[in-house]
Design a binder for this molecule. Structure first.
Ligand SMILES: C[S@@+](CC[C@H](N)C(=O)[O-])C[C@H]1O[C@@H](n2cnc3c(N)ncnc32)[C@H](O)[C@@H]1O
Length: 273
């Protein structure tokens, strides 16, 4: 096993500690476990080699292990479903801070693996949540995750395009939408542009196609006193500021992420700092 760890460490130019973590994760063992039984059977060796080749080809490790850690949840993730990000963990922190009262009805549009709706369900255990996605792969994935955390009573899933088929109003509408401007897709890291679903990242020419629609249609689905919370790209702040000013009478607020970039837009009723 020492040789494999050394090989991984050399191939990926990482420390042996990091290589141990990768090998342990691929073998689905605790870190010490990779040295515990030094003899690997041929089949396990073959599978490990295949996984290492995938990793070398740029496949995100989450798609190889089919697992992703999001806050304190260990979620299932599959190729074809967007891998939840660190920025979204913080997004939820801000939603909790800014939402005026405890929302009773929550809508998440574009739920992916279900990371946002699952976290919100535990923060607001009395809320009823609807989570939608246009991708059937995403709906299958989130279903597995909500079953895993016993949230099928609290979260309803809808396979639809944006607000299609919805007839009720909500206190909180949340989305981490596709928001990368089309021209920038080419320059994304290989692991993203070749392996993550384009539907989850392509925001059209300026990156704000989905967001504009969501704000415009979303205001009709919002209860009085409600809040729309959207993850955005920092380059889109000016366009969106103009758009919201021209189309919405409600207050709005851009908020920075942990690295000082304006990455979140809140429209509606929020607690101010
Ligand atoms: C950036 S991903 C976010 C996934 C998840 N909420 C997260 O934060 O990890 C955007 C999601 O929106 C979905 N989506 C894209 N267009 C959509 C549409 N028109 N209606 C509903 N969902 C859509 C994609 O399939 C994808 O799962």
């Amino acid at each position: 096993m020492k040789e494999i760890v050394k090989q991984v460490s050399d191939d990926f130019k990482i420390s042996s500690g990091e290589a141990e973590l990768i090998v342990a994760s691929l073998l689905e063992k605790p870190r010490f476990g990779i040295y515990f039984d030094n003899r690997m059977d041929i089949n396990t060796k073959k599978i490990l080699n295949m996984k290492l080749i995938q990793l070398k080809n740029g496949v995100p490790i989450e798609y190889i292990t089919k697992k992703v850690q999001f806050r304190n949840f260990l979620l299932r993730i599959y190729p074809g479903v967007f891998i939840p990000r660190l920025e979204t963990e913080y997004f939820i922190e801000l939603i909790e801070k800014f939402v005026n009262s405890r929302p009773e009805k929550i809508l998440e549009i574009g739920t992916g693996s279900g990371a946002i709706c699952i976290t919100l369900a535990t923060i607001f255990p009395k809320a009823k949540i609807i989570a939608t996605d246009i991708s059937q792969n995403a709906i299958n994935c989130v279903l597995e995750n909500i079953e895993r955390y016993n949230l099928t009573e609290q979260i309803n899933l809808l396979h639809c395009n944006m607000f299609e088929g919805l007839t009720t109003k909500f206190d909180l509408i949340v989305t981490n939408p596709p928001y990368i401007p089309r021209a920038r897709l080419k320059s994304l890291p290989k692991s993203v542009k070749h392996f993550e679903p384009i539907l989850a990242i392509n925001g059209g020419t300026e990156g704000v196609q989905f967001i504009k629609k969501l704000i415009q249609q979303g205001k009709d689905y919002l209860n009085p006193g409600g809040l729309i919370a959207i993850e955005v790209d920092e380059t889109e702040v000016k366009i969106l500021q103009k758009f919201v000013e021209m189309n919405i009478s409600a207050p709005f607020y851009f908020k920075k992420d942990l690295f000082g970039r304006f990455r979140y837009l809140f429209v509606g009723n929020f607690k101010n700092e």
